[in-house]
Ligand binder design. Structure first.
Ligand SMILES: *[C@@H]1O[C@H](CO)[C@@H](O)[C@H](O)[C@H]1NC(C)=O
Ligand SMILES: *[C@@H]1O[C@H](CO)[C@@H](O)[C@H](O)[C@H]1NC(C)=O
Length: 169
């Protein structure tokens, strides 16, 4: 049964995986989702769903950064979607799981009662976007620039989180 389901899942996924610059395989999408949805469940927030549209948009942007910016960080201010990004150097491998874990690690600095980060020198906005209740969809992509040893991981969220004056949940 599980085997049949696996075949079916793969078969359904196949037409959506073009050779070049393909959508992430379902296992990659699943890895991004799992990290997010575990952190959300821990604070009683419902799961995100994978969005092909958001995945495509994040893929377009990381490709742009790869072509023009050496896989550097991008500006996500005033973007249509909420966004979390992560940059690495030294050819460091960044799996989806590790990337999401990095964002979720900010949780230890986040004080719910004040909706603030514990210290001026910390950020909590990556974590609050991960667990933002009104965000319902997720799509992520990664680019690597081996000539510089850099990588950029980017996730988009819709509707966007981190709305001023609102709490994540
Ligand atoms: C996402 O991109 C793929 C591959 O380019 C394309 O086939 C698909 O229609 C796009 N989906 C959406 C929702 O934009
Ligand atoms: C990263 O790895 C690639 C492939 O292994 C290598 O060609 C490149 O020189 C490395 N880049 C840096 C900056 O270490």
């Amino acid at each position: 049964m599980a085997y049949a389901l696996l075949i079916l899942t793969v078969a359904l996924a196949m037409p959506h995986i073009p050779a070049q610059g393909a959508a992430p395989p379902p296992s990659v999408a699943k890895e991004y989702l799992e990290g997010h949805n575990k952190a959300r469940a821990e604070v009683g927030v419902g799961p995100l769903k994978w969005s092909e549209e958001l995945a495509n948009a994040s893929r377009r942007l990381v490709r742009y950064q790869k072509r023009n910016m050496g896989c550097g960080l991008t500006s996500l201010n005033n973007h249509k979607y909420g966004g979390n990004q992560l940059w690495t150097i030294n050819n460091k491998t960044m799996t989806p799981r590790t990337a999401v874990d990095k964002w979720v690690q900010e949780k230890e600095h986040y004080i719910y009662n004040f909706n603030e980060c514990m210290s001026y020198f910390r950020t909590c906005v990556y974590y609050t976007q991960v667990v933002w209740r009104k965000s319902l969809e997720l799509g992520c992509a990664q680019a690597r620039c081996s000539q510089y040893g850099t990588s950029l991981t980017l996730c988009f969220y819709n509707p966007p989180g981190n709305i001023k004056g609102e709490r994540p949940y």
